[in-house]
Design a protein around this ligand. Structure first.
Ligand SMILES: Cc1cc2nc3c(=O)[nH]c(=O)nc-3n(C[C@H](O)[C@H](O)[C@H](O)COP(=O)(O)OP(=O)(O)OC[C@H]3O[C@@H](n4cnc5c(N)ncnc54)[C@H](O)[C@@H]3O)c2cc1C
Length: 463
């Protein structure tokens, strides 16, 4: 062990090998405080060459590696186990801007850069990098890629997979995959970079990426709308798409219990409470006043029960803050069993109705908090019990999950639309994923990481 620590220090510098509990603590507990590990050490490399040397050493010494970005995973994907034998490689020092090409609308950055810094660099160049998450101040580009992150603008711009043009990745044996291309079309063989997007650090360590930029939208029209049912919300989504095409950037829904929670913790800020609330936003490069007028005129033809429009940037921010307060508000209200499911948008109403019926039959005090990015079919579907039963909530977690996931898959959905699999959902993935797809994934893992050293204990590890 002392030899290994000395070898690590020789690569990254002694000051970048952390072993004291007070130094390693921020890297060993996950965001939701559900998983706590104990690492061999935490190392902070400063370059791709150092990452390559680290992985070569780990391969040679058969040391397991846990890549870590901003440690905002909500499923324990970046937490080491508690054997004291896994090495956390934390990426925050590899965080430089490598190149920006405004004519090609692309930017190349290192994996340890936070998402917020990347967004700001894009704005300074007069461009938009559209990925937007509530964790953007802490999460890193490498983490966003490894979880195929989505967020508030997936409806228009897609997830991290769609935003990626090229990658630089260090493979488990220390070889470096150099594919930092800014090309939008390339038919020269298989697109191998795709393997590392959504792989949760189990196939290699991403050190840099070339990502798409977009024109910075100058105009926004944002509305908070009330509708009578989830079906009415999905009908509204369809009608908005038809009327405004790509200008529809965001379409978020919140059930009535969500609105009641917001009212409880942010009294007086909600415009109204309706069976369902929708936050819809249009954007384009024209003039806000014109875009808002188009939306007002269109809404006047829709006969909705309630609605308010943002007339200024301050109004718009206020509406967005309400939506973004949802996760934190629910956290304040007590624990819940969380699901980040994905469904075809058209299946959302039937799923919601059937799942509520099945859950209330099995658990009479159930409370369902459903909200999310309905525009791309991604819902946060969080379950708690009314007090005092909530103290026993997690005793029923497996039964609750089985009801939710059975119905999700019956509607051709997914159990992980956003937050990944990590340690939390590995056994559920084995149950619901297509067996041929799982076989292929395991074959790729075997090819790239035959010793199973990259992020072991997560979903690609042998059962
Ligand atoms: C308040 C809050 C809101 C959130 N909202 C959203 C949301 O809207 N949409 C969404 O998609 N997610 C959301 N998340 C989840 C989380 O922020 C994302 O999954 C994010 O992409 C993780 O980035 P990270 O840098 O924190 O990665 P980490 O948590 O550090 O790691 C996540 C996974 O990526 C791997 N990894 C990290 N860096 C690398 C690298 N350089 N190379 C290889 N593997 C690596 C890790 O091993 C781990 O498996 C939210 C989380 C919080 C706490």
């Amino acid at each position: 062990m002392p030899d290994l620590l000395a070898d690590l220090a020789a690569i990254v510098g002694a000051g970048h090998v952390l072993t004291l509990p007070q130094d390693t603590a921020p890297y060993t507990l996950d965001y939701r405080r559900r998983y706590q590990g104990q690492p061999l050490a935490v190392v902070l490399p400063g370059s791709t060459a150092e990452v390559a040397a680290l992985l070569r050493l780990c391969q040679h010494q058969q040391v397991a590696v846990v890549p870590q970005g901003g440690n905002t995973s909500t499923c324990g994907a970046a937490t080491p186990d508690n054997t004291g034998r896994q090495l956390v490689i934390a990426m925050q020092r590899i965080n430089r801007l490598r190149a920006i090409d405004t004519a090609n609308n692309s930017i190349t950055v290192e994996a340890g850069m936070t998402l917020a810094v990347l967004q700001q660099l894009a704005v300074e160049a007069g461009r938009l990098f559209p990925l937007s998450l509530a964790s953007e101040g802490s999460c890193q580009i490498g983490g966003n890629l490894s979880t195929n992150a989505g967020g508030l603008a997936v409806l228009r711009y897609g997830t991290m997979r769609e935003l990626t043009l090229g990658l630089e990745v260090v493979l488990p044996d220390g070889r470096v995959l150099h594919q930092l291309s800014g090309l939008r079309k390339d038919t020269s063989g298989l697109d191998v970079k795709q393997l590392f997007i959504g792989a949760e650090g189990q196939l290699g360590l991403i050190t840099a990426a070339t990502l798409k930029l977009f024109p910075l939208p100058g105009a926004h029209a944002t509305a908070w709308l009330g509708v009578d049912s989830s079906q009415a919300a999905i009908n509204l989504l369809s009608a908005l798409r038809q009327a405004f095409g790509d200008r529809l950037t965001t379409f978020e829904i919140m059930s009535q219990p969500c609105q009641q929670l917001l009212e409880k913790y942010h009294p007086g800020q909600l415009p109204f409470i309706q069976p369902w609330a929708v936050l819809a936003e249009l954007s384009d490069s024209g003039d806000s006043h014109h875009l808002q007028q188009l939306l007002v005129d269109w809404l006047a033809t829709q006969n909705l029960p309630d609605g308010v429009l943002a007339h200024s940037e301050a109004d718009r921010q206020q509406l967005w803050q309400l939506r973004e307060a949802m996760s934190e508000t629910q956290k304040r209200d007590g624990p819940s069993i969380k699901h980040d499911i994905g469904l075809p948008s058209s299946a959302i109403p039937a799923f919601l109705e059937q799942c509520a019926t099945a859950l209330s039959r099995a658990f009479p005090t159930v409370r369902i908090i459903a909200f999310g990015h309905a525009g791309d079919g991604n819902l946060h579907y969080n379950i708690s019990y009314t007090r005092p039963d909530n103290a026993h909530l997690f005793e029923d977690e497996d039964s609750v999950n089985a009801i939710v996931y059975d119905l999700v898959y019956r509607h051709q959905g997914t159990l992980a639309a956003e937050h990944g699999i990590g340690q939390l959902k590995g056994h559920w993935l084995q149950r619901y994923q297509d067996p041929t797809a799982l076989q292929l994934m395991r074959g790729i893992k075997q090819l790239l990481d035959p010793l199973g050293l990259m992020n072991p204990g997560k979903w690609l590890s042998p059962p």
